[in-house]
Design a protein around this ligand. Structure first.
Ligand SMILES: Cc1cc2nc3c(=O)[nH]c(=O)nc-3n(C[C@H](O)[C@H](O)[C@H](O)COP(=O)(O)O)c2cc1C
Length: 172
């Protein structure tokens, strides 16, 4: 007889947002997690390290600003002790502009070379001991202040569902 063990996946989503677009994506990701009782969402100003207690999955997101996450996100990582994310699965996301919408060729090259917030966040997650469960993801705004492209909310919810599937596959 095969015994299925239902594993609760305690999830924390931490995000920052200046104009509100990353917040929309963070909420869409929240909606992708069916077990709402075990899923919490907060901004860095609502974060305290005790929120990490018993967390199985940590998702961190930020707008890309100057190729990097915002200061509240990097400050939040500084408040987390080394190795405190050991045993935690994690991934990162950001919002960003599409390269092809940047008119100046020179600026396009600079933005491309500069990279995006998701990679920095993923690096910080690993540095604190987390294991990256799925590759980080970028979601696109139509301009600095948004709005998001129509496709992005659904894509974010699907990204979260993919994480749940991956998590469950790793547990079985
Ligand atoms: C000061 C500033 C710097 C930015 N730098 C970048 C960048 O390096 N790369 C990029 O793709 N988008 C950049 N953007 C666009 C932001 O990614 C966009 O404003 C953000 O996704 C909107 O998210 P929010 O509404 O959650 O603040 C920048 C925007 C501002 C205002």
């Amino acid at each position: 007889m095969r015994v299925f063990i239902y594993s609760n996946m305690k999830t924390l989503i931490i995000y920052d947002s200046v104009f509100g677009n990353t917040e929309v994506i963070a909420n869409a990701i929240f909606n992708g997690f069916e077990n709402k009782e075990d899923t919490r969402i907060c901004k860095p100003d609502g974060f305290t390290p005790d929120l990490l207690k018993d967390v199985d999955l940590l998702i961190v997101g930020s707008p890309t600003r100057g190729f990097r996450p915002t200061k509240p996100i990097t400050d939040m990582f500084e408040s987390i002790e080394s190795d405190s994310l050991k045993g935690v699965m994690a991934s990162a996301f950001d919002t960003r502009v599409k390269l092809e919408t940047i008119k100046s060729g020179a600026l396009r090259l600079i933005v491309k070379a500069g990279g995006y917030a998701d990679k920095t966040i993923a690096k910080l997650l690993r540095k604190k001991g987390a294991t990256i469960i799925v590759p980080s993801e970028g979601f696109f705004v139509t301009g600095n202040e948004g709005p998001l492209y129509d496709t992005e909310i659904e894509r974010a919810t699907q990204w979260a569902k993919d994480i749940v599937s991956k998590f469950q596959a790793e547990q079985s």
